[in-house]
Design a protein around this ligand. Structure first.
Ligand code: SAM
Length: 234
């Protein structure tokens, strides 16, 4: 379930109609036609019942996010993770979200941070992020349509905290993140791994210390999404 949309893994129009009539909170039931794919990490859906849309509103810990399941990545399963990071943010921090999507981490962390720069390559994600900034009356998120590969040349600031949520290929962006983080700052690096400590050597080589490595959720047998909380040397 994402907001008012139920996602079925089976192409079952009759089941979709039954589900829709049994749950008043739903407006649409869709069939997920494929896996999450491509640079934008999106997925294709076919509407099986209800309103013909992939847009919906998701409420999470006092925030509301407009999402479009077909247009930009969003995972409701990361809500606990967003709260975990929020609990670590100190008042007044400058935060960078390098792969910000529709802004759920950025808008959540803006409660404590002084500024959150929220960047993404997908124009639809940035469009939805602007809607979400207005919806939540957030005044300290700076949306940027940019390739994370170029951020270290675009931004001259050093950040206290950086969120890197691109689990399949985030490793290649670690040098840019280290460049953008101040000495003593923190990077939360999400990655798909198949062994504990898989990225520890690379993080050390770049000058970081792994403060914690946690499982966020399982992905497939023998693979899981992990988060590394990393302290930058200095
Ligand atoms: N952080 C968001 C969230 O939790 O909902 C979105 C995470 S999603 C797994 C990864 C995001 O990275 C997608 O929105 C995608 O468009 C974006 N992305 C992929 N490659 C990128 C790049 N080179 N530069 C900036 N953003 C990129």
């Amino acid at each position: 379930l994402v907001g008012g949309i139920a996602i079925l893994q089976d192409d079952d129009p009759e089941g979709a109609v039954r589900l829709l009539s049994s749950r008043p909170s739903l407006h649409t039931v869709v069939f997920a036609q494929g896996e999450v794919h491509g640079e934008y990490r999106t997925r294709q859906f076919r509407v099986l019942a209800g309103k013909p849309t992939t847009r919906t509103k998701v409420t999470e810990h006092g925030h509301t996010f407009t999402v479009d399941l077909a247009g930009a990545y969003f995972s409701a399963r990361l809500s606990t993770e967003r709260q975990r990071i929020l609990a670590q943010v100190q008042e007044g921090e400058a935060v960078l979200d390098m792969f910000a999507g529709v802004g759920p981490f950025a808008i959540t962390l803006a409660k404590r941070a002084s500024l959150v720069v929220a960047s993404d390559l997908n124009p639809k994600a940035i469009g939805l992020m602007l809607e979400n900034i207005m919806l939540n009356r957030t005044k300290n998120v700076l949306p940027m349509l940019a390739d994370a590969r170029r951020l270290d040349r675009i931004l001259s600031w050093k950040f206290d905290r950086i969120i890197m949520n691109l689990p399949l290929s985030g490793t290649e962006f670690l040098p840019e993140a280290f460049q953008l983080c101040r000495p003593g700052g923190t990077i939360h690096f999400y990655s798909l791994v198949s062994a504990e400590g898989e990225h520890t050597a690379r993080i050390r080589e770049l000058g970081g210390t792994v403060l914690a490595e946690r499982v966020v959720r399982s992905y497939s047998p023998g693979q899981w999404h992990a988060v590394y909380d990393v302290r930058i040397g200095g």
